[in-house]
Design a protein around this ligand. Structure first.
Ligand code: ATP
Ligand code: MG
Length: 397
């Protein structure tokens, strides 16, 4: 039986004059993300995206991929049929056989997009509803709280049959709000932060600070894996691996221990901003949450943010760890995030970190370092990876 996905757009419907460019972006994103699964034709009509699933294409995989594309509010997986009452009823009986067998009550709802169709929506619902009630006496007609709603949509060329929509990923199409740089550690919070901002329409690059040999190849592999999981939501996301060892050693050798983390984080922000500028990103994103650790107190964040001109987005700032974990589980990053490899933040951690830092003291300590030289060296040493690129599954991202 031929299947189609009807994807109903979310917020972009509101976007007045920009609507066309929003829709184009969404359509492009959908085509790129579905291409690797198998042939399907994608088109937009009246703010509904039609994904025609060709024979041989794995429809379940298409649905799974579509559920991760931002800008889609609802997904209806439907069977395609002729625009006749007989064909519509028969298709419903076959396509929804499992649902019909299990439902104690039902109703039929019809949408008639094609006004040339000779019956009204209500007449169609009444006619087919009556037939089904007769044939399947275990299903009680119930107009208010039916266990199963059988939907018919009568459009230009075909009619569609489905059992109702499931929620899409919501948000806005990736790329419609510009590009930003995600500081991606191997932890739980930063992948969630990336997911949250991609949901608001940001295209991402990811930046990871890597302190070999203090942090291992396994730790790097873990970050690549997290980035790969994220690309199902973000689309193509280059991963910049920044060599961070020299900087950490220089701080260890020349700065007071209790300021180590803060000075290190200021280097991260400087380097991230330089890379963000190169990659035409308008903001930085971190997974910080107020008060979660010593370097995430309000004064600490003021001191680390002070080296940047670009805005820093911290979408997890007001969230409890448990709330962040819930999202991490939902998007599939949690199990990878908790693998026990070290992060560069845990190398040379001070025993008594300063939670109420004063900027003059930090500036004083940084005087001992060749800041520009160290930043330049790190930026020049960056390795850029394309997570998922080698996997056939994600080759088209
Ligand atoms: P996460 O769970 O994301 O690692 P965290 O609670 O462990 O966060 P920190 O280690 O203090 O917090 O890091 C705060 C933020 O700084 C991270 O969310 C991330 O955005 C960024 N960050 C930390 N370490 C790195 C790293 N090695 N590479 C890139 N960004 C990092
Ligand atoms: Mg971390």
């Amino acid at each position: 039986m031929k299947e189609v996905l009807l994807l109903k757009c979310g917020e972009i419907v509101l976007k007045g004059l920009n609507r066309k460019s929003f829709e184009d972006k969404l359509l492009g994103n959908i085509k790129r993300r579905l291409k690797h699964i198998g042939p399907c034709r994608v088109e937009m009509r009246q703010s509904v995206v039609y994904v025609w699933i060709e024979d041989g294409t794995d429809a379940d995989a298409v649905v799974d991929a579509a559920k991760k594309i931002f800008g889609i509010a609802l997904i209806c997986r439907a069977a395609v049929c002729e625009k006749t009452l007989e064909s519509m009823q028969q298709t419903a009986e076959t396509y929804l056989a499992g649902e019909i067998a299990a439902a104690p009550s039902f109703k039929v709802e019809t949408k008639r997009g094609d006004k040339r169709f000779p019956m009204t929506s209500i007449q169609v619902s009444q006619h087919i509803g009556g037939e089904l009630a007769h044939q399947y006496p275990h299903m009680r007609p119930d107009m208010h709280t039916p266990a199963l709603t059988i939907h018919f949509e009568i459009r230009d060329t075909y009619a569609f049959v489905h059992a109702g929509p499931t929620p899409g990923a919501g948000g806005m199409p990736v790329g419609t709000n510009g590009r930003a740089a995600l500081l991606l550690s191997g932890g739980i919070d930063s992948p969630v932060a990336g997911y949250m901002m991609a949901k608001r329409g940001l295209e991402l690059i990811a930046i990871h600070f890597f302190s070999y040999p203090y942090t291992s190849e396994r730790a790097k592999e873990k970050v690549i894996e997290l980035a790969e999981i994220l690309t199902a939501y973000t689309g193509r996301m280059p991963l910049y691996i920044v060599p961070f060892t020299h900087i950490q050693e220089a701080i260890r050798d020349h700065c007071p221990e209790e300021l180590f983390t803060l000075i290190m984080r200021r280097f991260m922000m400087r380097i991230a901003e330089a890379l963000a500028t190169q990659a035409e990103c308008g903001a930085l994103i971190t997974g910080e949450s107020l008060g979660q650790v010593a370097s995430q107190t309000m004064p600490a964040m003021a001191v680390t943010g002070a080296v940047c001109e670009k805005p820093i987005f911290r979408p997890a700032i007001g969230m409890d760890k448990e709330e962040i974990v819930q999202i991490a589980r939902k998007i599939g990053t949690f199990d990878t995030s908790i693998l026990p490899y070290e992060d560069c933040c845990t190398v040379f951690t001070p025993k008594h970190p300063n939670t109420k830092p004063k900027l003059p003291r930090i500036l004083n300590a940084e005087d001992e370092l060749d800041i520009d030289g160290l930043v330049d060296e790190a930026v020049r040493g960056v390795e850029i990876l394309y997570p998922g690129k080698n996997k056939k599954q994600e080759a088209q991202l």
